[in-house]
Design a protein around this ligand. Structure first.
Ligand SMILES: Cc1ncc(COP(=O)(O)O)c(C=O)c1O
Length: 311
């Protein structure tokens, strides 16, 4: 796996600027969001397709090899919706594999953007196997959800925006599944803002990789498995976490549920569990931030309307 360079990130940000939304930030005073310090929320669920995944998917489609005539992807749902959207914008047919527990809201989005949806028994990892097989037999481009330069550089454009929106030095907390968002934002903000990864106890991909000395397969379950349920963290995210000595904070499903509820109660944001996991880490580990302001990314809001996904 090759490293993602500052040029990759600058080019992706320039390429994406006319095509993705520059999502706003909401500044909340101490006490407004469950902790006694200020919290800035990056409202990334307002992105096209309802999650940041639009960035990496569009960058991947825009940099596809010449002659690409079809794309395939595997996803818990959000990356699939993003690939369906990007392919539709580029006039390419798309096939998306998702685990059958993927919420209806995500499945409906994938179909709404005109992609062929295929349900797979099992987890994201099983959908990935199916996507790679179809790519190998048809020559279609497999748009990876988190472990390619194009995807990570695309997600980094969120960090490029944050550099214009928040003060230097302020920690930024993002949810980590396969780690594309974490890696991209960390690289975009390196030397300016520390980036902290948040992951569920039920899907500890980055913590396990750091403990084992490399990405390892872990059991995944829990509330956020349709977004943070990659079985292993990407090689790129692992390398970035090692190089940058990144902090990783784990949260329980109950803490994720509390973060989802707090976002609704206080600011009427209807985040999905994975989208609220960054805030959950701040609520669960306030002492990690020494009382200073933090930024959290609310990365997605595609859940079955106000209901709880199955465990
Ligand atoms: C809403 C949301 N947040 C965070 C993530 C984690 O992204 P990554 O796999 O790049 O770590 C996902 C992945 O699907 C997601 O859908």
């Amino acid at each position: 796996v090759s490293a993602v360079s500052p040029e990759d990130i600058a080019q992706a940000a320039a390429r994406l600027r006319p095509l993705v939304r520059r999502t706003p930030v909401l500044f909340l005073r101490p006490g407004e969001l469950g902790v006694d310090f200020a919290v800035t929320v990056k409202l990334e669920y307002l992105q096209h397709t309802g999650s940041f995944k639009a960035r990496g998917a569009m960058n991947s489609v825009l940099t596809a090899p010449a002659g690409t005539s079809r794309v395939v992807a595997a996803s818990g749902g959000n990356h699939g919706a993003a690939v369906a959207w990007a392919a539709h914008r580029a006039g390419l047919p798309a096939t998306v594999f998702v685990p059958s527990f993927s919420p209806r809201a995500k499945q409906d989005l994938i179909r709404a953007f005109g992609a062929e949806l295929r349900l797979v028994d099992g987890y994201y990892a099983d959908a990935l196997t199916a996507s790679l097989e179809l790519a190998a037999t048809t020559g279609a481009l497999h748009v990876d959800a988190y472990d390619t330069v194009a995807t990570v550089a695309g997600q980094a454009s969120l960090g490029v925006e944050l550099a214009e929106q928040i003060p230097a030095g302020e920690p930024v907390v993002v949810a980590c599944g396969g780690g594309g968002l974490f890696a991209g934002v960390t690289l975009a903000l390196a030397g300016r803002n520390p980036v902290v990864a948040a992951e569920p106890h039920t899907a500890p991909t980055l913590l396990s990789a750091l403990a084992a000395g490399g990405p390892v397969a872990v059991e995944v379950s829990g509330l956020a498995r349709d977004s943070l349920g990659a079985r292993r963290v990407g090689e790129i995210a692992y390398a970035v976490a090692r190089e940058q000595h990144s902090r990783v904070l784990a949260v329980s499903d109950e803490q994720i549920e509390q973060a989802v509820a707090l976002l609704w109660d206080r600011v009427r944001i209807s985040a999905e569990p994975g989208g609220a996991t960054g805030l959950a880490a701040v609520l669960a580990h306030p002492d990690e931030f020494g009382g200073d302001a933090v930024t959290v990314v609310v990365s997605g809001a595609n859940s079955d309307a106000r209901s709880t996904p199955p465990r």
